[in-house]
Design a protein around this ligand. Structure first.
Ligand code: ATP
Ligand code: MG
Length: 211
């Protein structure tokens, strides 16, 4: 009984990997796996955005395409899972709503982490309720090519001092891959092979995305 109680109280660590994933690529996957290992995360939950506030409707592929590509890309990793939480929400989706929702579902024994690339850390203060977002999650800022480590560390220190936020930093093997570059490559008939998992590549061509 005592052991069971202890087990129940065990702190679970859940990391949220939010993104447009249009399409998902190896930059996202390598980053998520590095964070999972480094911070002993029990589960990485990929959360494709519904309608992101900062991107116009016509610029983003249909939510179901982005959701299915994320499922295809993560299916081989037992620690990865995909959530429809933002996709199924009507209207503009905000990260704060997602975090509060997940907090409710998983309860107080689960510690929430939020994985972001260097670029997203720089934008965090433009999100809705940044203080609350920073209070509820430990942020893991991953290095991304073209974003200088020095600038990133400066930003992290500023957020720590201003908001007392918990932000960790992680250096991941540099992958100069971005969804926008992949979309551009498809449009220009240039190869996207080896930039993203093959099932996602096949999916893109099957449905004629980014043409
Ligand atoms: P886009 O070019 O359309 O903005 P993206 O490649 O930046 O797409 P997003 O879906 O916007 O992909 O990113 C989701 C999250 O993954 C963000 O926090 C972003 O910083 C991070 N990320 C994306 N690509 C990489 C990469 N190559 N290395 C590390 N982090 C990345
Ligand atoms: Mg981006």
């Amino acid at each position: 009984m005592r052991n069971l109680m202890l087990k129940d109280k065990k702190l679970e660590r859940l990391a949220i990997m939010g993104g447009t994933f249009d399409p998902i690529h190896y930059g996202h996957l390598v980053t998520a796996e590095a964070v999972r290992h480094q911070f002993q995360i029990n589960k990485v939950l990929f959360v494709p955005t519904g309608h992101p506030p900062h991107k116009p409707f016509f610029d983003v592929s249909h939510t179901e395409h982005r959701y299915l590509m994320t499922v295809l890309a993560t299916v081989t990793n037992p620690y990865f899972d995909v959530s429809r939480i933002e996709i199924d929400r009507k209207g503009i989706t905000y990260t704060i709503d997602t975090i509060q929702h997940l907090k409710k579902i998983y309860g107080s024994n689960t510690e929430l982490y939020f994985i972001t690339g260097a670029d997203a850390i720089h934008e965090i203060l433009t999100w809705k309720d940044p203080e609350e977002v920073l209070r509820l999650c430990t942020f893991i800022a991953a290095t991304r090519p073209e974003y200088h480590k020095k600038d990133l560390l400066k930003k992290i220190e500023q957020l720590r001092q201003q908001y007392g936020s918990k932000i960790d930093f992680l250096e991941v093997p540099s992958l100069a891959i971005s969804s926008s570059d992949i979309r551009k490559r498809v449009q220009e008939n240039r190869p996207i092979k080896y930039l993203l998992p093959e099932p996602v590549e096949n999916y893109i061509f099957k449905f004629g995305l980014y043409q």
